[in-house]
Design a protein around this ligand. Structure first.
Ligand SMILES: [Zn+2]
Length: 115
């Protein structure tokens, strides 16, 4: 799901996107000319290989997310921890979800027996 930067106002716009059984939904709000703040939740489950015993298990996620989208190269001084730059004039919520999931899966995840 993509929304044009120009269409997102200070009042906010709702978004919802889904990928492999995981839903990312929330509100996108304009902070300044180029910057959009997205607040929402990521919820769902995925199959993961336990980082200790190697067995596949179902990992359930339910997480509040705050992520920023910048229209073009981000040049301001303030360092946002979670910021993605987009260069085609659109906020791509699938890209956001993907990047959140990747960082989530980077952590060591253990099955219920190993946890
Ligand atoms: Zn395990």
């Amino acid at each position: 799901m993509k929304i044009e930067f120009n269409k997102i106002s200070q009042n906010g716009i709702d978004f919802e996107t889904k990928q492999d059984g995981i839903v990312f939904l929330g509100t996108a709000k304009k902070i300044n000319k180029n910057l959009i703040k997205c607040t929402g939740t990521i919820e769902g489950s995925f199959t993961h290989c336990c980082d200790r015993c190697g067995d596949d298990f179902i990992k359930i996620i339910k997480q509040n997310i705050e992520i920023y989208a910048n229209n073009g190269l981000y040049k301001d001084d303030y360092d946002y921890i979670n910021l993605i730059e987009f260069f085609d004039g659109f906020v791509n919520f699938d890209t956001m979800l993907q990047s959140e999931l990747e960082s989530f899966k980077c952590d060591y995840l253990y099955c219920s027996q190993c946890n």
